[in-house]
Design a protein around this ligand. Structure first.
Ligand SMILES: *Cc1c(COP(=O)(O)O)cnc(C)c1O
Length: 422
């Protein structure tokens, strides 16, 4: 049995981790809780609580409407600028607004309009359901005979990259995919797919929700047309925090916002009755920004910028590899399947394990072991590594718990239960 399989080894790894200090910037009110779900809802940064209490007491409580001119109005741009350096975009190419789903809608409509008369929208079966629903709803709303081509993944783990490339043709308007897919954590070769799409005149729209803050992204270097992404996962922006939207400067003047509201209007306070969009990325704003949800994103992003995205990626890969090595040694013989890519090049920052008793195991982890994973039907136990605060010891203890649950069959207790939101 290899050397790494013991608690002291896990503790040594934590002691030698150059990023270990970042954990203390987050709240851990229950020191015994092992949180393996930072890929779904990131932890609360201590600085964000201070930001919020200042926002409530001083900015809202005392300054009231004056605060719009004291840092509120430009918050969508300011936080967008910070996010831009995490995703390799220019500061003027990113804005924070609305949810990922709504931003997808805006950019899908904008690009389909631009790409007329092309009719095909390409995606894969691994894409996030909301993304697929938005495409379906948009097709219905536009009523112009667009069609969705959903390329299946053979093993439901790896993205069907070659089949997608094969399906690209002169009638394809848009390719839209999750960069890192939500179930298996497969991460696409963004550069290869984008350049293949561009050869055929196809626009690309990447959903970076499960990538941003966990791995470096270079949108500008690869001429990515459009992207959206979530701020409440690895960016630790808080539940339901608004999402970001990126449009490459090269094409932004050719796209329009289908939800043309006053925040994207050129002279906001002219109250003109004719809509004239701003000439920059702020044209993709719609209504008044949700300041209370927006403000904490800034602190979450600051922490990542301080740690450095390349170093975070290095740690994330080391930790997912450690988890996969432990799976191979301890969990594979117990019937757990690896449902994430073995090749680190295609691996995001979470690892999915499948087991025929997956649902019961998930509930036993939560109820009996004080470990929070998440679960994606039918049998995916998703273990998120959030390199700012996940420790090797937590990973090791999670694997031991998974071993214990199967060895003692404690999952049988939960056979008839259903998990709630995890
Ligand atoms: C989490 C996630 C979303 C979330 O969208 P909301 O509009 O915030 O609900 C969208 N897309 C992907 C790929 C995600 O992982």
């Amino acid at each position: 049995m290899p050397m790494f399989s013991n608690l002291n080894d896990a503790k040594d790894r934590d002691a030698n981790d150059p990023l270990s200090g970042y954990r203390s910037l987050f709240f851990h009110p229950d020191p015994d809780l092992i949180y393996m779900d930072g890929n779904s809802l990131g932890k609360l940064p201590i600085a964000s609580r201070d930001t919020l209490s200042n926002l409530i007491d001083r900015q809202w409580g005392d300054r009231l409407i004056r605060s719009w001119n004291e840092g509120w109005l430009d918050m969508p741009q300011r936080i967008g600028e910070k996010i831009s350096s995490l995703i390799g975009a220019a500061p003027s190419e990113v804005i924070v607004a609305d949810s990922t789903s709504v931003n997808l809608f805006k950019l899908i409509v904008a690009s389909l309009t631009h790409q007329a008369p092309r009719k095909k929208i390409l995606t894969d079966s691994l894409n996030f359901p909301s993304d697929i629903y938005i495409i379906q709803g948009t097709i219905k709303m536009l009523n112009q005979n667009h069609s969705l081509i959903m390329i299946p993944s053979e093993d439901e783990i790896h993205g069907p990259e070659e089949d997608i490339i094969e399906a690209m043709d002169e009638n394809t308007a848009l390719l839209t995919l999750s960069h890192t897919v939500f179930k298996s954590g497969y991460t696409y070769d963004i550069e290869k797919l984008t350049s293949k799409a561009h050869e055929k005149g196809i626009m690309v729209l990447w959903d970076l929700s499960h990538s941003v803050g966990a791995l470096p992204i270079h949108l500008n270097t690869h001429y990515i047309d459009m992207a959206v992404g979530c701020t409440y996962k690895y960016l630790n922006g808080g539940p339901g925090a608004p999402a970001f939207l990126y449009v490459n400067e090269r094409i932004s003047h050719t796209l329009g916002n289908p939800i043309s509201g006053w925040m994207g209007q050129k002279d906001l306070f002219d109250f003109s009755t004719n809509y004239t969009p701003t000439a920059d990325i702020s044209q993709f704003l719609t209504g008044t920004p949700p300041i209370l949800s927006l403000a904490p994103i800034e602190k979450g992003v600051d922490i990542i910028l301080d740690a450095g995205i390349d170093k975070l990626r290095e740690k994330s890969l080391a930790q997912t590899q450690y988890l996969i090595d432990l799976w191979e040694q301890i969990l594979k013989p117990l019937g757990y399947h690896l449902k994430s890519p073995l090749n680190p090049v295609y691996r995001g920052s979470h690892v999915s394990l499948g087991h025929p008793e997956g649902m019961g195991i998930d509930l036993a982890l939560i109820n009996d072991h004080h470990i929070i994973p998440d679960f994606r039907a039918p049998d995916n136990i998703r273990l998120g590594v959030s390199p700012l605060y996940t420790t090797y010891e937590e990973i090791y203890r999670t694997v031991l718990a998974l071993e214990h649950i199967v060895n003692t069959q404690s999952y049988l207790k939960y056979k008839n239960d259903q998990p709630t939101v995890t």
